[in-house]
Write a protein that binds this ligand. Sequence first.
Ligand code: NDP
Length: 422
Amino acid sequence: MGNIWSRFYKKNRAERLEVIEQSNILEEEYLNLVKDNTVLDYDTANNMVENVIGTFSLPFSVVPNFVVDNKSYVIPMVTEEPSVVAACSNAGKIVASSGGFTTTIHDRKMIGHVALYNISDTDSAEQTILKNKDLLLKTANEAYPSIVQRGGGAKDIDIRVLTEDGTTFVVVYLIVDTLEAMGANMLNTMLEALKVSLESLTGGIALMAILSNYATSSLVTSRCAIPFEKLGENGKYLAERIELASKFAQSDVYRAATHNKGIFNGIDSIVIASGNDWRAIESSCQSYAVKDGKYKGLSTWRCDLENNLLIGELTVPMPVASVGGSIGINPSVKVARQILNNPDAKTLAGIITSVGLAQNLAALKALVGDGIQKGHMKLHAKSLAILAGATNDNLDLVVDKLREQKHMNLAIAKQIVSELSN
Ligand code: NDP
C-alpha cells in the first residue's frame, strides 16, 4: 500500500479520493459517503441530543502509513487545529521507519462506585459488604444480563472508607468487564441496582451510584524506539534535548499541561473520528496525569546511549469502545472505523495511544529543534488569508506575500487580497 500514499498531502481532493479508492480500505458504500461528503443528517442528529437546529462540521483528514504492532494503519483524524495532522504524519513516518509503535493492553475493565454515608461502624460495614460480595456481583449482573451472556459482566468489588470535612463515606467500587462497549450506561444500571442491597447491608444511605471516568483498569502503553539518525542529521543532539524536555514536563506543571495538550491534539482527533466520548477520555487521562499526587507529563522519553535509540513511552487509561453510544449512528464514524479496518476496542485503544505518542514526539522535536512557530506560521498565514477572503485561485500567492511581511495580521492579509484583486 506504501507507494500510492506518497506525497498524499500534495494532492488535491480528487487525487486523494483516488488513492483511498485504490487502497481498497473502504467498501463502495463508505467510499461514496466520503465522495459525496455525506455527514450526519438532521433527523438522526435530532434523535441523538436535544434542541437540535442543524449539524456542525469539522475537517476530516487521514494519516497514512502509521505502524502499530506490526500493522500499517491509515489514521482518521477530526480536528480544527492546523498542523496537527501534518505533525502526526511526520512523527508517524519516523516511527514507522523505526519498527513502529508497540502496545500493551494492561486490562480492559471499567470501574463505578456507590457512595454511602451515615454509617456509624465503617469497619463492620466493610466486612459485611465483603462477606456478601458474591451476592452483590450476582445482583449487578442480573441488572444487565446481556453483557454476562456476551462473556463480560461484574467481576469484582473493592471498598474504601474516605473522610472529608467531618463526613465519612463508605465507597463501594464495582469492577466490570464491559467487553466492546465503554460501559457508562451498563455500569450505571448495575450500580443503581446495588443501592438498595448496600443500604440494607450497611444501614447507610446511598448518595449516588455512577461510573468513574478514572479508568485505572483500562490502562494502555504505547512504546517506540527510534534510532538517533532517524531524527535527522543532528539526531543524537535532538534526542538528548527531547529527553530533557521529558524531564522538564515531569517537573513543571506549567509545562506538563502543555506537554499533555499536545498529546491530546492527536488523541482527541482520532477519538472524535472513532465516535467515542472524548470528554470521558480527557477526564480519564487528565486525572491519571496526577496519579502521583502531582500533575505530570503523561509520556516519557529517554536516550539509550548504548544502542543509540530514543525511547518513548505513553501509558494512559483508554476506555474506548467499538460499539455503543453514537458509534453505529454517525455515518462519518462508520467511515472512520472502516478506514481503521474496524478495530475491536483493545486494538483501537492501542492505536489511539500510539497517535498520542506520535503527536507528542512531533511537538517535542519541533520545540527543542527549530521551535514550534516555524511550521505554525505558514498555517497561520493560510488561516489569515482565508479569513481575508483569499480564494483557491490566489490562496498560495496571498500566503507567500503574507509571509514576506515583517508582521502578519488580518488587516495586512486583507490589503494583500485587495491589491491582488485590483
Ligand atoms: P450503550 O448504552 O450504547 O451500551 C452498549 C451497547 O452495545 C449495548 O446495547 C450492548 O448490547 C451493545 N453491544 C453489542 N455488542 C457488544 C459487545 N461485544 N460488548 C459490549 N456491548 C455490546 O453504551 P455504553 O454503556 O458503553 O455507554 C457509553 C455511552 O454513555 C457514551 O455515549 C457516553 O457518552 C455515555 N455516557 C458517559 C458517561 C461518562 O463518561 N461519565 C456518563 C453517562 C453516559 P446489549 O445491551 O445487548 O448487551
